[in-house]
Design a protein around this ligand. Structure first.
Ligand code: FNR
Length: 243
């Protein structure tokens, strides 16, 4: 990691590389969120595991964003786990296909994964200062039928991270997601920002996040976000036990 610049004080922007990205499910249980999450809640009861889903908005094999997400799965705080979903196989949205064949299976998998998760961590590239079309296309499929939006996205804690080989760490790409998640009724976590720039010097050739400052910033980001998810989960009425 080289420098932090051009950001508000709570933002974290890094200069610093490529990763190899394969889409798969990774789960980790590491480090502790002091006082917010753990094995006991404030009443001393056993706290449930926080289950997050994440996906990278890039299909590229060596995606920096997929690498960043895998690092996030490794650095998840104790009491939380991150399953990594994929955009792979999701076709371009076509209302005629939806009408004749329904929602494509890869889009259903991601959608139902999100519906079952306590929160979404989106690692987004920035294309032309905005959202990559491939990522938006996946979200669009996940909002079909529209009657499912409250179930899938409503009140869902969402956090954005991103990596770019350029100097601004996806700040405009991340900002461009805000109206989308607002429209869907999600709860965007704005407690911190993780903007990884000069990505080719942050990740090793095999995709490992090797910059120690970026690792620590990611760890801190995840602790803040998971605490937010845990608080959000506590504020929701608990589900009755299954009969
Ligand atoms: C880019 N890239 C890019 N980067 C950036 O920081 N701001 C931008 O506006 C753009 N615009 C852009 C448009 C298009 C069409 C492409 C293909 C690329 C570069 C982009 O950040 C780079 O390709 C990343 O490596 C993409 O993320 P993954 O695939 O590494 O996760």
């Amino acid at each position: 990691m080289r420098a932090v610049e051009g950001c508000a004080s709570r933002d974290t922007q890094f200069r610093g590389a490529p990763g190899r990205g394969t889409d798969r499910v990774v789960r980790r249980r590491r480090s502790t969120i002091h006082g917010t999450l753990g094995h006991l809640d404030s009443q001393g009861r056993s706290a449930a595991m926080i289950k997050l889903i994440g996906f990278s908005g890039s299909l590229r094999q060596g995606s920096f964003n997929a690498s960043l997400l895998r690092a996030a799965a490794e650095l998840m705080p104790t009491g939380a786990e991150l399953a990594i979903g994929t955009l792979r196989g999701i076709p371009l949205y076509d209302a005629d296909v939806e009408a004749s064949e329904g929602i494509p299976a890869p889009a259903v998998a991601l959608k139902e994964g999100l519906a079952a998760a306590d929160g979404l961590l989106l690692a987004t590239p920035e294309y032309n200062n905005s959202i990559p079309g491939v990522t938006k296309n996946a979200i669009d499929w996940m909002t079909r039928p529209a009657s499912d939006i409250p179930r899938v996205f409503g009140g869902k804690p969402v956090a954005l991270i991103g990596a770019s080989p350029g100097g601004f760490g996806t700040i405009l790409g991340q900002n461009a997601w805000l109206p989308v998640f607002r429209t869907l009724g999600a709860e965007l976590w704005s407690g911190a920002r993780l903007l990884v720039s000069r990505a080719s010097s942050v990740f090793a050739a095999d995709g490992r996040l090797e910059d120690p400052k970026v690792r620590e910033a990611l760890r801190g980001f995840l602790e803040g976000y998971v605490a937010f998810v845990a608080a959000s989960a506590r504020s929701r009425p608990s589900q009755p036990p299954a009969a």
